[in-house]
Design a protein around this ligand. Structure first.
Ligand code: G4P
Length: 530
């Protein structure tokens, strides 16, 4: 492929995620974004499709009962001359590790805030994850059709709470039952909300500025006056939108709207099309890889089992970082050194899954496999290179599994290894003794695991306390000192599913003691995959 075509494809790509506190409107916004992309025909399809899928898969009962979205998926759609990849993030705090890894695969994010609630706990946590990687964020203040807080107060809260410069991209005219629409500050347009129109969004009325007399014809006098006053204040108080500062992750443009009324969604999407960054250079060991490089490279950031209950395959979500992928491209699996001919990868078009004939940097393709591909794995067209930055986190909860039928212990081990490879949990095999310990980040994950053991492996199991409260990967440059540590603490040591050494501590005191006794040993809370 000529270099300029690859460049053009890279320039068109927008790969992003939506971060939000549960209930702020992430699902609704996703649905409306897809509507614009022509990816779905009618509102409600995301949920309906979700429900069908859930009905087929037993373990997702937990998800349905709790009303949370456990799994992440990817949707690809076109709009305004751009190709968008929307990567869904699980919303529940128990799944923050998964969310963290998902955010390694995007180039920007949209933060959805409920206009009546402002910044909530989960918004803050997810934002911190984005900040770690300087992911640029556009903000969507949702539910303006309901009683909302004062927009200046909301902007202030975002700025002070998240330490992030804010600049409004649109400005609301009234709120609650008085909400009339927004003034698009970027494109100087008046966009009025028509509550009867449902899913059809008006194009907006082009204005010469906020003084345009047409505004007085369309908006009640008091609201028009307030709009002019507000805009004057904004221009005095807020910094103008600055592309570089936004792309560096230091400024957020704020859009106001109402996802359920399909209002403000087009402006958000146009904003992303115009300003959100195309695929960025990705850090690998040794060098940064430019997306326009000719050879394919990328990494696996998620593995998911049972997406299709008819096939027991796992799907590895592979983020393409450079090159032009074609069906059948042979990729080298860096961890094993083996070549994979990728013939059956899928692109996640929002309507359906479709075989990926072509994919470009920023795209995410699903590669079905039987467990060869793991989170953090790098695939290339031959170059010796490894992507970094897809970590494992030390689990905060550790338990043992008890089987109702002890004869099935081999099956149990296989299942636990599968879960660990998927990144759904971690498994530690003690150096002494036979009871494996399972580690997770949030307590709900144990319920999900128990439900999956039963549904997918026909194993009835309970999780019980293991007596440990923390796990740390251990490393030491001096093999003699490492051996002496292992000899003295053998009873509290285990191996993870990759064979890496892990110290399991019963309490904080014990962990401190081990650190004091063995100062040369590094006790690590995170581990880079591979
Ligand atoms: P989430 O994925 O972030 O958890 O939020 P979701 O989209 O499911 O929205 C949470 C609730 O807020 C839903 O109501 C949804 O209809 C409502 N909502 C979303 N956007 C808007 C908006 O712009 N204005 C108003 N007034 N409501 C909005 P629900 O009653 O919990 O669910 P449902 O029965 O409507 O599906």
């Amino acid at each position: 492929m000529p270099a300029n075509i690859l460049e053009e494809e890279v320039r068109k790509r927008r790969t992003f995620a939506i971060i939000a506190h549960p209930d702020a409107g992430k699902t609704t916004l996703t649905e409306k974004l897809l509507l614009f992309g022509g990816a779905i025909q009618m509102a409600g399809a995301v949920k309906a499709r979700g429900e069908q899928r859930r009905a087929r898969s037993d373990w997702m009962k937990v998800e349905r009962e709790r009303g949370i979205s456990v799994t992440a998926s990817v949707m690809n759609f076109d709009y305004a001359g751009r190709t968008f990849n929307l990567v869904d993030t699980p919303g529940h705090e128990d799944f923050s590790e998964d969310t963290y890894r998902t955010l390694t695969a995007v180039d920007s994010a949209v933060m959805v805030i409920d206009a009546a609630k402002g910044i909530e706990s989960q918004t803050r946590k997810l934002f911190e994850v984005c900040r770690l990687r300087d992911v640029p964020i556009a903000t969507f203040v949702n539910k303006m059709d309901r009683e909302a807080r004062d927009p200046f107060e909301l902007m202030d809260e975002i700025e002070s709470d998240l330490q992030l410069e804010v600049t409004p991209a649109s400005w609301p005219i009234g709120s609650g039952s008085e909400f009339k629409g927004c003034y698009d500050l970027i494109r100087d347009r008046l966009i009025l909300m028509d509550r009867r129109q449902g899913d059809v969004a008006s194009e907006g009325i082009v204005c010469t500025g906020v003084d345009d007399p047409r505004i007085d014809e369309l908006v009640p006098a008091d609201l028009a006056a307030k709009l002019r006053e507000d805009v004057e204040m904004i221009r005095g108080l807020c910094p103008p939108f600055d592309l570089e500062t936004y792309r560096a992750g230091h400024q957020t443009p704020v859009f106001f709207g109402s996802a359920i009324n399909n209002f403000g969604v087009r402006e958000l999407l146009l904003g992303l099309a115009e300003y959100a960054p195309p695929p960025r250079p990705q850090k690998a060991d040794g060098r940064a890889v430019e997306p326009v490089e000719g050879k394919v490279t990328g990494f696996v950031f998620k593995v998911q089992a049972n997406m299709d209950p008819n096939h027991r395959d796992r799907i590895a979500f592979f983020r393409l970082c450079s090159g032009h992928f074609r069906r059948g491209t042979k990729l080298k699996h860096m961890r094993s050194g083996k070549l994979l001919a990728v013939n059956n990868a899928v692109l996640f078009l929002a309507r359906d899954r479709e075989l990926a004939e072509d994919a470009f940097p920023g795209d995410i393709i699903g590669i079905p496999n039987h467990g060869t591909l793991r989170i953090g794995d790098t695939l290339t067209e031959g170059e010796e290179l490894r992507y970094t930055g897809v970590p494992s986190f030390a689990p905060e909860l550790l338990q043992r599994v008890r089987l109702d039928d002890p004869m099935k212990v081999k099956h149990l081990r296989k299942a636990l290894e599968h879960f660990a490879e998927e990144g759904a949990s971690q498994v530690f095999k003690p150096l002494v003794g036979a009871d494996w310990v399972v580690g997770v980040v949030g307590p709900l994950q144990f319920e999900v695991l128990a439900a999956r053991l039963e549904a997918e492996y026909d194993l009835k199991a309970r999780f019980e306390t293991a007596g440990y409260d923390s796990a740390r990967w251990v490393e030491c440059d001096d093999p003699v000192k490492l051996k002496s540590f292992v000899d003295s603490r053998r009873a509290d040591l285990a191996e993870d599913h990759d064979g890496a050494l892990v110290y399991l501590a019963r309490n904080g005191w014990q962990l401190n003691r081990a650190q004091e006794d063995f100062p040369e040993i590094r006790f690590m809370k995170t581990r880079e995959q591979n």
